[in-house]
Ligand binder design. Structure first.
Ligand SMILES: Cc1cc2nc3c(=O)[nH]c(=O)nc-3n(C[C@H](O)[C@H](O)[C@H](O)COP(=O)(O)OP(=O)(O)OC[C@H]3O[C@@H](n4cnc5c(N)ncnc54)[C@H](O)[C@@H]3O)c2cc1C
Length: 474
């Protein structure tokens, strides 16, 4: 017999799990949250979004200081104290996770520091941080156990010279030569950090493009800048046969023609994707089903195949992003509370926090095309934005994908500094079914980069103020 019970148990304390636990407590449920860390936060706060963005902020500062030379301001070469920088990043993480710990107490969530596995469809085996084992029965459960970094054959965890994102974020040292395997957003963001701190960064990506699947035009903007910041970007290149030695790792880089070179790097960062943590949580003792990619199968209410057990966040499917996890948390908890809600986002924004940032929401041009939607693409180049020029950053673009018949905004892509902040307006527009005219009638503050959204909308009717692009049929 279980010796303890709870109305709702949330397994995993990341942005999915803690958001779920907090909302459930706010709605009056008795909640137990189980996570191995002393405070909630999960991958995102401890070893993902937050530490990476703290370090990317520093990278941005260094770039801006470099750019200022052209305007007559020379700050000299930066002196980097990696230990102090790492301590500052840890302080940021501590402040945020500590704050979440306070919110756990204020909301009277029962936080068990430990791990849980399913014993059956209404009981968990729980092991706390001291190794004590117990069971916990529940009425409802939300599984929010997240994901882990994937590896590739030969590049095993445990070597000092082979890093995954967690080790790279520890900033134990700044390697002279860093090989980043994988041109996805995590590899490019961490490559940006280390390049700014002084590493020679080589990126090896096996696909023909960086950020596979992302709008090619946005990626082109980014690649142009990254080609200046990184030592080299090797596309259609496989990294194989790592040989760890005292002074680093020898890696074979094989291009699309099969030509191979062996090179020595001080560190290798493996950033080839993440996989859901569904292997070892006892799902086989329940009716929960897992798909071929290891994700828990959920319906539009985030309920699994086992009634009463829900799944959210990275473990419940793509996109593996923190804001998607916390949105799903809200849906799952409201469903449990008896509300009539579904998970049906029209747009989930995605941001790559490189320099320039790129961000998108809704349909990309390629998706609109492949779905057979009649659409028009409008663009406003940042070279015509007063604000972009005051920042010395006129390389960006704001592009809209607009449904031709209704003039509804279906998708937005932005490349340029601040794209990650700007994309929120696009999400709002897409969710509210705004038309291009709605965007152009909304007064945007001047001079800001947000005006590029309004002007990109005005391009549809050939009336954007700061570029001359009359309609062809006029
Ligand atoms: C380097 C990096 C940068 C990133 N940057 C961004 C970004 O800028 N923006 C963004 O949106 N996303 C970013 N992500 C992705 C983001 O971190 C994830 O999408 C997000 O953390 C998923 O949240 P989650 O709640 O599903 O799970 P997680 O945050 O992974 O949390 C799961 C928690 O469950 C715990 N757990 C696992 N098994 C058990 C168990 N059996 N019992 C109890 N607890 C368990 C884990 O220890 C963990 O604390 C980044 C990821 C990485 C690695």
């Amino acid at each position: 017999m279980p010796d303890k019970s709870t109305q709702l148990v949330v397994i995993g304390g990341g942005p999915g799990g803690y958001a779920a636990a907090f909302l459930a407590a706010d709605l009056g449920m008795a909640v137990t949250l189980i996570d191995p860390a002393v405070n909630p936060g999960g991958v995102c706060l401890y070893r993902g979004c937050i530490p990476s963005k703290a370090l990317l902020h520093v990278a941005k500062l260094i770039h801006e200081a470099n750019e200022a030379r052209a305007w007559g301001i020379d700050f000299g070469s930066p002196k980097i104290d990696a230990a102090q920088l790492s301590a500052w990043k840890d302080k940021v993480v501590g402040q945020l996770t500590g704050g979440l710990g306070q919110l756990v107490k204020q909301r009277k969530v029962n936080h068990i520091q430990g791990t849980a596995t399913f014993k059956d469809n209404r009981t968990l085996n729980v092991t706390d941080s001291l190794g004590a084992a117990d069971t916990l029965s529940f009425e409802k459960a939300i599984v929010a156990v997240g994901s882990s970094a994937m590896s590739i054959p030969g590049f095993d965890k445990g070597s000092d010279h082979i890093w995954f994102s967690k080790e790279a974020l520890e900033l134990s040292q700044i390697p002279k030569r860093l090989l980043v395997i994988g041109g996805g957003y995590i590899g490019l963001e961490l490559g940006t950090v280390y390049a700014a701190l002084g590493s020679e960064v080589t990126v090896a990506e096996m696909m023909p493009t960086l950020l596979p699947g992302v709008d090619k035009e946005l990626v082109r903007h980014l690649k142009k800048q990254l080609s200046d910041n990184f030592k080299e970007i090797l596309l259609e290149t496989m990294a194989t046969d790592p040989k760890v030695q005292k002074n680093g790792v020898k890696v074979t880089l094989k291009d699309k023609n099969g030509d191979a070179t062996t090179r020595l790097f001080d560190k290798v960062l493996v950033a080839v994707g993440r996989r859901p943590n569904t292997d070892a949580i006892g799902l086989e003792n329940t009716g929960v089903k897992v798909d071929n990619n290891g994700f828990i199968e959920v319906d539009d209410r985030r309920q699994t195949a086992e009634p009463g057990i829900y799944a959210i966040g990275d473990v419940a499917g793509e996109p593996m992003l923190a804001h998607k996890a916390s949105h799903e948390a809200r849906i799952a908890v409201e469903v449990i509370a008896g509300q009539n809600v579904v998970y049906e986002p029209a747009a989930i924004p995605a941001v790559v926090f490189t320099d320039p940032e790129i961000a998108w929401a809704g349909l990309t041009e390629a998706e609109a095309k492949s779905q057979g939607i009649e659409h028009t693409v409008t663009r406003f180049p940042w070279a015509a934005s007063g604000r972009a020029i005051t920042l010395g950053r006129s390389q960006g673009v704001t592009k809209l994908v607009i449904e031709t018949a209704t003039e509804r905004v279906l998708g937005v892509g932005i490349a340029g500094p601040g794209a990650g902040e700007m994309i929120a307006e696009a999400v709002m527009a897409i969710e509210m079914a705004a038309t291009a005219t709605d965007l152009s009638l909304a007064i945007h503050p001047h001079p800001t980069l947000s005006e590029t959204m309004k002007e990109a909308a005005e391009v549809l009717h050939g009336t954007a103020t700061h570029i001359y692009r009359p309609l062809r049929n006029k």
